[in-house]
Design a protein around this ligand. Structure first.
Ligand code: NAD
Length: 316
């Protein structure tokens, strides 16, 4: 049995991927790591947890060797809005950190999962729907690091035969951990504000359509891709992945079906609006469907109902 390493385990994805992996492989086999100290009660602390900075290449390799890591889910990253504010940090974490992980994995022969994003596309990419293989000239630093990361993963696969796989996650909606400074964060915040104040002021315009996914689908997609028969994978890395696309106005209307008093207001943030306007509106994820059988389970209505129920239960 090889051990599983998760970097960036305290984030929005890691907080749900860690329990799922521990359910599959056993608590002691899944090593949760992040640059931060884990807050008390965090799910990552229900098994081995260590602080680990992915920009520190020697420490990372030492960790791989000490724990005999056989699979790594590399989630550590600086997300879109924060990357615009701290570009040097974003480059170090998203590029140098990824390179360190690929190098360590190459040296021990580990399997690797690396998320990309809809941010890997740019203003001249076809947006409705965005094909699997298309123009990628993003104009955000986060997007630049995501395209470079996709290419680096392809390089390690072709040059060294590394089993590196990845998904282009759409905006992820979840209730376990807060989002980490991305452009689709509104789609999470809106639920907290709906339950607490029955109103939300959105930083994107009402008609900004973006691809989205509920976290249970994203976690299942991640695990299914990593378990997929390699002989069927023609792309391996950077699969388009989607469940539904929606606008802030449509999400507000869906919430109003459950909470008729809910009111939506808009105060547009030009930085995040410009980022959103350069991203796909809908995605063609037929490669994921054909090569490893991807099928989403949650649409806008099912996600909204479940988010409101789960957050209301947590508030009790
Ligand atoms: P997040 O910001 O919630 O979590 C990232 C984690 O990385 C944080 O806990 C942070 O402390 C940690 N980290 C930062 N610098 C580090 C370093 N040097 N070493 C180790 N850890 C470090 O992000 P997330 O939403 O969980 O995203 C996980 C992955 O999925 C990222 O690659 C992200 O680009 C991608 N993604 C996320 C979304 C989304 O909507 N959340 C969408 C598309 C792609």
């Amino acid at each position: 049995m090889t051990r599983v390493l998760v970097t960036g385990a305290l984030g929005q994805v890691g907080s749900e991927l860690i329990p799922a992996l521990r359910g599959l492989y056993g608590s002691e086999e899944v090593l949760a790591t992040d640059i931060r100290r884990a807050p008390p009660g965090h799910p990552a602390l229900e098994g081995p947890y260590e602080q680990l900075d992915c920009t520190n290449g020697p420490a990372l390799l030492e960790f791989f060797l000490r724990h005999r890591v056989g699979v790594v889910y590399h989630l550590a990253a600086i997300l879109s809005a924060r990357a615009e504010a701290e570009p040097q940090l974003a480059w170090r974490v998203n590029i140098e950190g990824l390179h360190n992980v690929l190098e360590a994995a190459r040296q021990v022969g580990a399997q690797v999962f690396v998320p990309s994003s809809i941010a890997a596309f740019g203003p001249n990419t076809p947006r409705d729907p965005t094909p699997q293989d298309t123009l990628q000239r993003p104009n955000t630093l986060y997007g630049v690091t995501k395209v470079a990361g996709e290419l680096l993963c392809d390089y390690y696969a072709h040059r060294f035969g590394l089993d590196v796989r990845g998904l282009r996650y759409p905006g992820l909606i979840s209730y376990t951990a807060p989002p980490g400074g991305g452009t689709t964060d509104y789609a999470v915040e809106i639920f907290y504000h709906a339950l607490q104040y029955d109103r939300y002021t959105c930083f994107l315009a009402p008609d900004t359509r973006l691809p989205m996914m509920y976290m249970p689908d994203a976690i299942r997609a991640t695990l299914e891709l990593m378990q997929a028969d390699p002989a069927r994978l023609q792309h391996r890395n950077a699969f388009n992945l989607t469940a539904f696309s929606c606008t802030p106005a449509e999400l507000a209307a869906e919430i109003q079906k459950h909470r008729p008093g809910f009111k939506m207001y808009y105060d547009i943030d030009p930085v995040r609006q410009a980022i959103a306007d350069s991203w796909p509106r809908t995605l063609d994820d037929s490669a994921a469907r054909e090569e490893w059988g991807w099928r989403p389970q949650y649409d806008l209505a099912a996600m909204t109902k479940d988010m409101l129920e789960k957050l209301a239960e947590r508030a009790l």
